[in-house]
Design a protein around this ligand. Structure first.
Ligand code: HAM
Length: 457
């Protein structure tokens, strides 16, 4: 524990060393602190958050998606039934509690199960296909570290009623377009695999169980525990000695039936056709049990161990499993917004916060001019849609107001003092060049319009 001082009081900083990262938790002024693994988003990160969300939404719209917002709380069986009882999320990571009616409630750890539930409860299975875009917070009680939080946000897209393998390709094309639009295509790699259909997967599972039983004595306790329950999860082990055994394990491609093989071949061949760079990675099994056929992750080597920034795949049986009538083939993906923000910051790609509109501040020379200033600010905001800062503090000198304006990235300062009020002329200063121009109130509308147009060019 370290102590530092700031003007607001005594601030305690908790530090945790995890791998090469030092996590710093702000214990806040006078011991007030946020919940471990949960962070406040503001300033530049918040700007980037909206940039990522808006970019994703405007692209998803072109692919036919509409927005769906589901509640953060769901009855727990929505997740226990679907994510797999042996999955880490269900086993140890959910925030689950009993509500006052005694019902078991879980704060959503992911979107897919909630979206599937919403499809069924709202009768949307009658009008397939449905392409649904969601964005919001998710909760997983994982060990916090850089890029891994207990509250984080995803952009999530689900294509429900996605019949053929071309839907997998379309989903990957959407992600590829998004990654490109965010300026990250050189830093993110698509890794793809198949888990086959139920029949192929059962055969593969049996082969893996036999193989790992033969290597029981050399495996870690963690992997041993998965041999009988979920041997596929041993494939993505992080333990080095286990990795050596996994390297020689049977491969899924030898166990695919014709349907699964044709599906996979179609997807891989289309990736070549569309020149989408990709790596086949037969160790991708995903942490959730509902996947069938195509699974993928978009990874980066710039974020340490939290390398996956986007993950997804096909889940043809999930909706039937939840109580929908028939199998409804579907595919989707989740993009971790915090990880994308960290990537943008690490690469210094602040495209999202590039201003396209100028920002104004009205600087009052004396407090008595605040009335006139407020009227002008209101007019500029309401009639011209401009971003305008106005300091209401009677103690703020012109110098202080200008300092605040700089902090707020203001482009133009409009001065209003007794002289300006009397003459009906305002002074406008460019904060960048320092140039000033006097504009009569009667010409202000036209002048501001031309200023904004010139700024946007
Ligand atoms: P997931 O791989 O668990 O998939 O999560 C998707 C993305 O969410 C990850 O690649 C990562 O960027 C981000 N993420 C996951 N956990 C955390 C965390 N603790 N802190 C920060 N970011 C995190 C799913 O959630 C599936 N529901 C995706 C999907 C949609 N599959 C089909 N449709």
């Amino acid at each position: 524990m370290y102590c530092v001082y700031c003007s607001g009081g005594n601030v305690n900083i908790d530090t945790y060393r995890i791998g090469t990262y030092r996590l710093v938790y702000n214990m806040g002024v006078n011991g007030l602190r946020n919940v471990r693994g949960m962070q406040d988003l503001y300033g530049q990160k918040m700007e980037l958050f909206h940039f990522v969300k808006n970019t994703a939404w405007s692209l998803a719209k072109c692919y036919g998606y509409s927005m769906l917002d589901t509640p953060i709380l769901e009855y727990s069986d929505i997740f226990t039934k679907t994510l797999g009882e042996t999955s880490d999320i269900v086993n140890k990571e959910t925030y689950t509690f009993q509500d006052k009616d005694g019902r078991c409630i879980t704060m959503r750890p992911e979107f897919t199960a909630s979206v599937a539930r919403a499809i069924i409860t709202n009768g949307l299975t009658q009008t397939l296909p449905q392409k649904l875009f969601s964005c919001g917070p998710l909760f997983r009680h994982e060990r916090p570290q850089k890029g891994r939080y207990r509250q984080f946000h995803q952009i999530n897209c689900e294509f429900i009623g996605a019949m053929g393998p071309s839907a997998d390709v379309e989903t990957i094309l959407l992600i590829q377009a998004l990654v490109t639009e965010l300026g990250l295509s050189k830093h993110i790699t698509l890794e793809v695999n198949t888990l086959g259909d139920g029949e192929s997967r059962a055969r593969y599972k049996a082969a893996l169980t036999c193989y790992f039983r033969d290597h029981y004595s050399s495996l870690s306790d963690d992997s041993r525990a998965k041999i009988e329950t979920n041997p596929l999860r041993i494939l993505d082990t992080k333990i080095d000695d286990d990795k050596k055994i996994v390297a020689h394990a049977p491969k899924i491609t030898s166990y695919l039936n014709d349907i699964s093989k044709n599906h996979y071949d179609y997807v891989i061949s289309a990736l070549h056709t569309y020149q989408i760079e990709h790596k086949i990675n037969d160790k991708i099994v995903r942490g959730l049990d509902y996947y069938t056929h195509t699974v993928f992750e978009f990874t980066t080597n710039l974020l340490g161990s939290q390398s996956a920034v986007i993950g997804g795949g096909r889940y043809d049986k999930l909706i039937a499993l939840m109580g929908g009538v028939d199998d409804i083939p579907s595919i989707g993906f989740g993009l971790g917004i915090e990880r994308i923000i960290e990537l943008l910051l690490c690469l210094d790609l602040k495209k999202g916060i590039t201003k396209i509109e100028p920002i104004f501040a009205i600087i009052t020379v004396g407090y008595t001019e605040t009335c006139t200033a407020l009227a002008l600010a209101t007019k500029l905001r309401n009639q011209h849609n401009l971003i305008v800062f106005l300091d209401h503090n009677p103690q703020s000198s012109v110098k202080k107001q200008l300092q605040k304006a700089s902090r707020n990235n203001v482009d133009y300062a409009i001065f209003i003092g007794p002289e300006e009020v009397q003459s009906g002329i305002v002074k406008i200063r460019s904060m960048l060049s320092g140039d000033e121009i006097s504009v009569p109130n009667t010409d202000l509308d036209v002048y501001l319009h031309s200023l904004v147009q010139a700024y946007k060019k």
